[in-house]
Design a binder for this molecule. Sequence first.
Ligand code: E4P
Length: 218
Amino acid sequence: MKFFIDTANLNHIKEANDLGILDGVTTNPSLMAKEGITGQQNILDHYVAICNIVDGPVSAEVISTDFEGMVREGEHLASLHKNIVVKIPMILEGIKAIKYFSAKGIKTNCTLIFSSGQALLAAKAGATYISPFLGRLDDVSTNGLDLIAQIRLIYDNYAFNTQILAASVRHPMHIINCAELGSDVMTGPLSAIRALANHPLTDLGLQQFLADHAKGNG
Ligand code: E4P
C-alpha cells in the first residue's frame, strides 16, 4: 500500500519524506488555508514547493464547480509540475472533467467519495484515484471501512485501473485496516504515520538491551 501524507505543512511533508516511506501528498483547500497559504500565486507556488520535496504524486484541488472552470484550472495545475494530480470533486460536472483529463493523459483524484456508486462512476470516467473519506463517515456513525471493502470488490470484479486512495484517515488502525482491505493508497496526517512505529514493548526491550550493554561495557 502506498503512503501519502495529507497536509500542506512543509515541515510535516519533509519529516515523512525523510523517513523514506512517503509515496505522495494530498492537499485540499482547507489544508492550504490551515497553513495560511492564500492568494492564487502563493497557492500555486506552494504546490511547486511540495513537488520539490516529494518525488511522487501531489494532489492539487480545483475550486471551480463547472466543467469549463475545472478544465481551465486543472490544465494550469497540471502544467506546474509533472507530478501534479488534478483533484476534482465528485459532482456530475467533475465526472465530465475527469473523463476529459483521462483522455488527455492527465492524472486525476476524484475527491469527496462517500458511496460505492460514486466510486463506480468515477472509475467509469477514468479517474486515476478516488478518495473515499473514512474518518468523515465514521464521524456520522457509518463504518468508513465497509465502503473501502465495497469499492475493492466492485473494482476487482471489473479490473478497473482506478486506485482506491483511502482518505480522511485519522489514526494508525485506519491505516492497518485499509492495508488489510487492499486499499491501493492511504493518505493521512503525520501523527497517524508516526504512531505506526509505537509499541511499549519495543521501548522496554530497547531500554533493557541498552542497559545490559552498558553493564558489560561501562
Ligand atoms: C483527502 O484527500 C482529504 O484531503 C482529507 O483526507 C480529508 O480529511 P479530513 O476528513 O480529516 O479533513
